[in-house]
Write a protein that binds this ligand. Structure first.
Ligand code: ADP
Length: 547
């Protein structure tokens, strides 16, 4: 016997319809790439998204065809999120920080038919437009006044003109909720980028999970500023979950430096933000230097790489901002775990509380996880035994987009049932997961595993250290030993012995790095993560001291 409830597909357009009907006057504020502050509302975004949907169809684009974007976090990008996906097309957000060759490769692999881009990327598109084989339409996301007088870009169109010339009457089509909605390529810290194709269903379910109190705890009273880019896993789903909650959205455009962000937080009454640790480092440095405080900020989601405990404490103790340490992946839409205290832990204080909060957290409903050993057997949740982390759920990738031959993996349907994350972790008896490494970053010293993340986290607690990366260096006896690469804070006087002295007593003796090297810069990838593969390459012939 089947239930007798309405069978309505979970579609992305329904999020926008809800936001317009119930939170129509809630603001969407953008520092636009042109430099001005632009103010609209969910109602305004809805109207223009309908105009955009008409315009896309007018350009001849059909359901499931891919619409590329090279754009910052802005209201126009939000219109594309809803206009393209809502009309049944697939929104493909490209990361403009990637190398132009990689962008061309990704757009071709995706078969993008149109490319919408911000003003800053005009020179990039001028130089590469002829190389995009599938792209038939190039649209500059600005107004007539900012269009170039001359251009080599074929059929370059103006976004604002496209919108103005289209009707705002449009009925969002209804279709199978499993239809593809958006496409995002992994940032490629682990080899060639791979396309992850989300569906309407996976996106809406992920939004439901994200707004829950033990997840991101979003409500209509929040003003959310996603620093995490809309080209990086859909800004962790915030454009969707903010619509579901009816929250105000504040978009920083290209201004991600500490001062620009801080000014926007204060001017717009931002209560929630989200980004990778490297961004928060810039913000904290600015606030510290100015002796400023946050007057409205309540929480910030930190993920993408491990949040150093020193950062967590600075936000929490010095500025009264709650850190939600979260873990996820492009392949997971991205949310997997979020760290909030459980019932019974409210009274924890000091170090005990931070010990819990610095973990990556508990699985949100919809994500199941386990850790396994080398032969696939499940390992205990004792907070000590580490193994590879596997996950499954309705917003986790089943197979990669447009792969051929051996590359086609079907994590679920082939009977594997689980997606191997490539992360190594421990899970404690309360279900709090802690990433100790990535499978390729873990340092294998004489059969024992040394967690590079733990070493980095501790080293970054030293007051003179701006950033630290720990990599494996070849060792004739132990195979691999830790080499700590350190970037000092400007003006700091720090020596190898200072660092080793600081680590002493905080780690097992055999974890002590065999050497500490100082560098001017630690290379960061396109999503602000440390590129340890580059460091491994740089130090591949490094001779560790023999004593
Ligand atoms: P890529 O795999 O190309 O780096 P993602 O942005 O999808 O692209 O990165 C996912 C990976 O980032 C995870 O598998 C994990 O290794 C790392 N990661 C994400 N969040 C955290 C976190 N809170 N702590 C530690 N590592 C994290």
């Amino acid at each position: 016997m089947l239930g007798q409830m309405m069978s309505q597909p979970l579609l992305i357009s329904s999020l926008l319809v809800h936001a317009e009907r119930h939170h129509g006057n809630r603001e969407i504020v953008t520092r636009r790439p042109e430099g001005d502050i632009h103010r609209t509302t969910w109602k305004g975004v809805s109207k223009r998204s309908r105009q955009l949907a008409n315009a896309l169809e007018g350009m001849g684009l059909k359901a499931t065809q891919r619409v590329g974007t090279l754009a910052w976090n802005t209201d126009r990008h939000l219109e594309l999120y809803y206009g393209a996906s809502g009309a049944g097309m697939v929104l493909h957000t490209l990361n403009p920080r990637l190398h132009p060759d990689q962008l061309v490769w990704i757009a071709d692999n995706a078969g993008d038919q149109a490319m919408f881009f911000d003003l800053q990327f005009l020179p990039l598109i001028e130089a590469t437009a002829h190389r995009y084989e599938s792209v038939k339409h190039f649209i500059l996301m600005s107004d007539r006044a900012h269009m170039p007088a001359e251009t080599k870009i074929p059929n370059l169109q103006c976004y604002e003109e496209l919108i103005e010339s289209a009707s705002d009457t449009y009925d969002w089509p209804q279709f199978d909720e499993n239809q593809a909605s958006s496409l995002c390529y992994t940032s490629g810290t682990t080899g060639n980028p791979k396309g992850v194709l989300y569906s309407h269903r996976s996106t809406v379910l992920h939004a439901y999970a994200a707004v829950a109190p033990d997840a991101l705890n979003l409500s209509s009273r929040d003003a959310v500023l996603p620093v995490v880019p809309m080209f990086h896993v859909n800004a962790w789903g915030l454009p969707y979950s903010a619509a579901m909650a009816g929250a105000k959205l504040v978009f920083p455009g290209p201004g991600m430096d500490g001062k620009s962000l801080y000014d926007l937080f204060e001017a717009e009454g931002v209560t929630v933000s989200a980004g990778v640790p490297t961004v928060w480092q810039g913000l904290l440095a600015h606030v510290e230097a100015e002796g400023a405080r946050f007057s409205t900020m309540k929480r910030t989601v930190i993920g993408g790489s491990a949040c150093p405990p020193a950062m967590l404490r600075a936000f929490d103790e010095t500025y009264g901002v709650q850190v939600l340490h979260a873990w996820g992946m492009t392949e997971m839409s991205p949310l997997g775990t979020v760290c909030t205290l459980k019932g019974g832990q409210e009274d924890l204080d000091g170090d005990a509380r931070f010990a819990v909060l610095s973990k990556q957290g508990r699985a949100i409903f919809g994500v199941d996880m386990k850790i396994v050993g080398p032969d696939g057997e499940e390992l205990p949740w004792d907070g000590k035994t580490s193994g590879e982390l596997l996950v499954r759920g309705p917003w986790i990738v089943d197979s990669y987009y447009n792969r051929h031959g051996d590359d086609i993996l079907r994590f679920d349907k082939a009977g594997l049932g689980w997606f191997p994350t490539g992360d190594v972790s421990v899970i404690d008896p309360d279900g709090f997961m802690q990433i100790t490494d990535r499978t390729k970053d873990v340092i294998k010293s004489g059969g024992e595993w040394i967690s590079s993340i733990d070493l980095e986290n501790i080293a970054m607690g030293h007051p003179g250290v701006a950033m630290a990366a720990c990599i494996a260096a070849y060792h004739p006896k132990w195979d691999e030993r830790p080499l700590l690469v350190v970037m000092k804070k400007p003006g700091a006087e720090v020596t190898k012995d200072d660092i080793l002295g600081y680590l002493e007593g905080k780690i097992a003796k055999f974890w002590t790095p065999d050497d500490v090297v100082f560098v001017d810069q630690i290379p960061l990838g396109a999503t602000g993560k440390m590129q340890k593969n580059k460091l491994r390459e740089e130090f591949k012939d490094y001779n560790l001291p023999t004593i």
